[in-house]
Write a protein that binds this ligand. Sequence first.
Ligand code: ADP
Ligand code: MG
Length: 385
Amino acid sequence: MKLDVNVLKFLGKEDFRVLTAVEVGQKNHELVPLPLIESIAALRGGGAQRSARNLLRYKLLHHDSAKYDGYRLTPLGYDYLAIKALVNRGAISSVGSQIGVGKESDVFEVMNDEGDLMALKLHRLGRTSFRAVKSKRDYLKHRSSFSWLYLSRLAAAREYSFMVALADQGLPVPKPIDNNRHAVLMSMVPAIPLAQVQELHRPGDTFHQLMALMERLTKLGLVHCDYNEFNLLVDEQDTVTLIDFPQMVSVSHENSQELFDRDVDCVIKFFKTKIGYIPEQDEARPWTRPVFEELRQNLQSRLDIELQASGHPQASKKGKASLSPLDPVLGLEAESTSATEDDAESDGEQTVAPQVHVPMKVSKQQSQRAQALPSQPTVSPTLNG
Ligand code: ADP
Ligand code: MG
């Protein structure tokens, strides 16, 4: 998927007001009728309709009149709101090519005015079918209505808060930079997923590094739940960076033992089948499988409680034993799918001016493995002045 940021040049202040108004309206409307858009955006005299037409043209809004007449955001429309907010804050100034496609996200390379290369992850929770999402995660149980905006926003907020906490603890994770709506902005790791690595310099070292990292995480009160070769990035020196956090659960989660063992098995299986390293047979480095219960008895910290990870003990006390990986954190309102008023105001204020190509500054650390990333930075137009 190409995120064509050039479109932003053709959108004016009124267009963003309308886009934001639809977002706000979607809090309690599946489709937002034009009169409501007009009133939220405070646009009279056909202004809202004109903008809506423009936004339809660029596929940022969807129009539907089957049940009643109204508009809703497309995923692209939501992307543009998040990107615009990050641009307005000065966090980014240009968007380049896509570097990763996950099941539930798209990841793009982005830059700021200083030329720092970063990764922008846009969560897409509704992309897999509703049924698949629902069976995988339990956050929909208590909800009558469901919105991909809400779920994606929640996943991003959750991922960002986990990343901040893990980075604070000195764990090898990307540096968290910003979060808006369904977007997480983080440092670009000059590394590729373990799954794409042809050969490791010292497989035993890497294996033990991965096990130690998992144990460290557990002692902080968390189980990753997706600890596999796609979420472990490896650089030239075989240094590992862990990514992808929204699904992490508490060590007190009812399935934590099982989830932990599954994570351990994933790594073992990968090393056995793809790398040809069998930890039990490495006489130079005796290894015993980590015992979850032992780690759980020796917790060093309770990030799970601090971050309200799914299944944390205080949630159970309040009768929320089945808290999901994506239960609200960071003070998000349970039903809120929209921007905060702050966002809504600032997002609409600035008009984006056409810009010239940004010269790329490739970080010194960018190694051969980094160059094996699917694309080389071709960061195109800057988005502000
Ligand atoms: P998903 O939840 O969809 O699996 P991930 O967070 O795992 O999303 O990201 C998908 C892919 O994007 C990763 O496998 C990796 O290749 C790439 N990626 C994600 N974050 C970064 C980052 N900070 N630096 C470099 N590559 C990244
Ligand atoms: Mg992933």
